[in-house]
Design a protein around this ligand. Structure first.
Ligand SMILES: Cc1ncc(COP(=O)(O)O)c(C=O)c1O
Length: 390
């Protein structure tokens, strides 16, 4: 193909650092949804606004002059609020001075952690299906991605396979609970098993907990609750998910001081700092109440509304114990591949979804599509009316 593209003289011949990466399925499906007037339940973001009080808090911060560089690790009041929240929920105190860093979303926190702990020749374990940035991050660090499948059907961790994937070169494992895309969550017993499995290793855990406040049965089991696991973990979360402001791209990472010191070395030459007024706004908003405590009920109602509607279709919902994603098995409706089914659903039925195969490097196909229910009830009702035609 390349020999047909006319290249101006002097253009350097580049060796792509990410030769297999193309446009993500989320961009493709969103464009298709717009083109065909489909209800977009593909990409994972709310179609409703955040609490106006949060916008007011940011505006107030801007007006009162909080518009210059903040400290590298984030403003002190926000780091203090983060420490208080984690301690109140999970019983572990992270030191705001040495153990908490505000990041440009969870995405940057994950890249930061990978660059801090993985280098050429190292291996890093990714459990599939997985969020799309994990593997490219490891490749950018020069590491080798070691993919281990979650158990098909339940999407539970398979400790036999994880154990078998560990070698003397393994530096890091990325875990994610509640899990995008499956909606599964790790139990306390599973985290305890991971703690046991890693005991005699020096593997760092990056625990992606951006959906920590969207758990529908019982409490979120995060690594902060497990002392030995916490001692080797960088925990990542996202204000975007928690406060319905995905476009703000603000999140944070917490880790024991020795790990955080390495994390910050990368952070200071990556973004250096994250925007100041958003940090002040978030700190003031967090001080004004425990808004995150309302989130499970808010999203549980949407999950139940969407689930009740799906029960009237021929799509078979998989259990959704966390996140704002609902997966369905569409075998009773179609034998198309997941990618073709999602395209057909968008164009012919008018509802956009994401094929689960997009979350596997080898495109493993299970006839499962993922819907995002972080939408207004009216949006969900419109989508359900259309899906009922299947
Ligand atoms: C599992 C997971 N991790 C990380 C992120 C990124 O979070 P942020 O928008 O804060 O970068 C997402 C967003 O969809 C996600 O689903």
């Amino acid at each position: 193909m390349n020999d047909r593209i006319s290249v101006p003289a002097g253009t350097p011949v580049v060796q792509s650092r990410l030769p297999t990466v193309g446009t993500t399925i989320f961009t493709v499906m969103s464009a298709l949804a717009t083109e065909h007037g489909a209800v977009n339940l593909g990409q994972g973001f709310p179609d409703f606004d955040c609490d106006p009080a949060l916008v007011d808090a940011v505006a107030a911060a801007m007006r009162s002059g909080h518009n210059q560089y903040p400290p590298m690790a984030g403003i002190a009041p926000l780091r203090e609020r983060i420490a208080e929240k984690i301690e109140s929920l999970y019983g572990r105190r992270y030191d705001p001075v040495t153990e908490i860093t505000v990041t440009a979303g969870a995405t940057q926190a994950i890249l930061n952690a990978v660059l801090a702990f993985v280098g050429p020749g190292d291996e890093a374990i990714v459990l599939e299906p997985s969020y799309d940035s994990y593997s490219p991050n490891i490749e950018l660090a020069g590491g080798t991605v070691v993919r281990v499948p979650l158990t098909p059907g339940t999407f539970a961790p398979d400790f036999g396979r994880i154990g078998a994937a560990i070698t003397s070169k393994t530096r890091l494992i990325l875990i994610n609970s509640p899990h995008n895309p499956s909606g599964s969550v790790w139990s306390a017993a599973e985290l305890a098993q991971l703690q046991e499995l890693l005991r005699d290793t020096s593997i760092v855990v990056v625990s992606d907990e951006v959906y920590e406040h969207m758990v529908y049965d019982g409490e979120h089991q995060g690594v902060a609750r497990f002392p030995e696991l916490a001692a080797r973990s960088v925990i990542v979360s996202s204000f975007g998910k928690t406060y319905h402001v995905t476009g703000w791209k603000v999140g944070y990472a917490v880790a024991p001081a020795a790990l955080m010191a390495e994390f910050r070395k990368v952070h200071q030459f990556n973004v250096f700092t994250v925007n100041t007024p958003m940090q002040h706004g978030l700190a003031a908003y967090m001080a004004s109440g425990s808004h995150h405590l309302a989130l499970p009920g808010f999203y549980r109602a949407k999950r139940d509304l969407f689930g009740a509607g799906l029960a009237r279709t021929r799509l078979a919902p998989l259990p959704c114990r966390g996140t704002f994603f609902q997966c369905v098995d569409y075998s009773a409706v179609s034998q198309l591949s997941e990618a073709d089914f999602c395209r057909w659903l968008t164009v012919e039925i008018g509802v956009a979804a994401i094929p689960l195969s997009a979350f596997y490097a080898d495109g493993f196909d299970q006839h499962i599509a993922r819907f995002c229910f972080a939408k207004k009830d009216t949006t969900l009702d419109t989508a359900l009316e259309r899906l009922a035609r299947l």
